[in-house]
Write a protein that binds this ligand. Sequence first.
Ligand SMILES: Nc1nc2c(ncn2[C@@H]2O[C@H](COP(=O)(O)OP(=O)(O)OP(=O)(O)O)[C@@H](O)[C@H]2O)c(=O)[nH]1
Ligand SMILES: [Mg+2]
Length: 401
Amino acid sequence: MEFVVLGVVLAVFLVGAFVAFLKAPTRRELPPGTEPAPAVEPPTVVEAPAAEAPIVEAPIVEAPIAEAPVAEVPVAEVPVAEEALDVPPPSAGRLVRLRARLARSQGSLGRSLLTLLARDTIDDDTWDEVEEILLTADVGVAATRQIVDNLRTQVMVLGARTPEQVRTLLRDQLLVAVGSDLDRRLQTLPQDGRPAVILVVGVNGTGKTTTCGKLGRALVGDGRSVVLGAADTFRAAAADQLATWGSRVGAEVVRGPEGADPASIAFDAVRIGAERKVDTVLIDTAGRLHTKQGLMDELGKVKRVVERQGSVDEVLLVLDATTGQNGLVQARVFAEVVDVTGIVLTKLDGTAKGGIVIAVQRELGVPVKLVGLGEGPDDLAPFEPEAFVDALLGDPAEAAA
Ligand SMILES: Nc1nc2c(ncn2[C@@H]2O[C@H](COP(=O)(O)OP(=O)(O)OP(=O)(O)O)[C@@H](O)[C@H]2O)c(=O)[nH]1
Ligand SMILES: [Mg+2]
């Protein structure tokens, strides 16, 4: 009996052990089965957004033109109380007022030429000297040749010369070279109920912002209303600089945050100018090297975007007179991109090379419309050929003395 019980217990144990053996392999397969899941999922999650991001960003460039600035327009910077505003003088006759400054910088050119041409006998060496003086003053090769050829013929015809005759000869030739018949009017009056739009462009540091400020001021002095557009969004300081100019004469400044799309700021400035029914909208742009294709494309875009509301009436290229022939290369590239309508020649007070006036006009076929003659707020003048040439030649009374 005991054997039977023992046998049963043994049998039960054996059956249990057999069952346990059969189940064991199934359990061992489970852990490996869990591994593939985490290995597959992470890459799927990471890659999805990476592929989409750039696709979303690309079209944004054009979109904000109409919308983003509306939210941004921190505009209405008309901060100063009326009685605290400057009352700028009218712009008429400015160049005559600034003539002394021009004569100081350019006078040596005229004096040297007058002295040479007053000699009893003028030989080839004298003409070489005349040519050298003109070239040194940045008049340019073609214009120098033309001036010298004409003078040579006239001196030959004239024979003996008085100082007055020499002065008249030279004055006439310089006037021809400077172009006394070019249309230098600046389009600053509204047309068909919309403000005149002036875009100010140029390479870094030529005096664009200063010119916008001075011109805005001169217009206010002439009784016009002005909105300034700070489309130089490259540095926040640029908009501050323009805002300072605006606040002094009560002109509203449209600006956006640093890094904003310059085209959208320019667009908004024109829109706001039209809403306010001002006479002129002046748009300052960031300085850019003419060799940087991307920045030049951006400038082209600024103009095109503004043109969605109507024409841009003036594109003023600001050139630093002290940069000489380099300025001509810049001028050529800017003219291709934005169709320049006028030159502003700044820092003419700081150089004796006033001949660049002649060279740049010949190069571009575009007139010099304004000249900068100092850092003071009213040191910008409409360019007048007669006053310019007279400043070069100095006062005849002084010359005779
Ligand atoms: N002497 C003299 N200095 C000038 C004249 N016009 C501008 N400047 C000076 O030139 C410097 C640069 O002027 P900005 O108006 O800031 O030049 P910008 O072209 O706006 O410069 P970016 O915006 O940096 O490209 C300033 O110190 C001005 O005062 C001028 O006619 N004569
Ligand atoms: Mg500037």
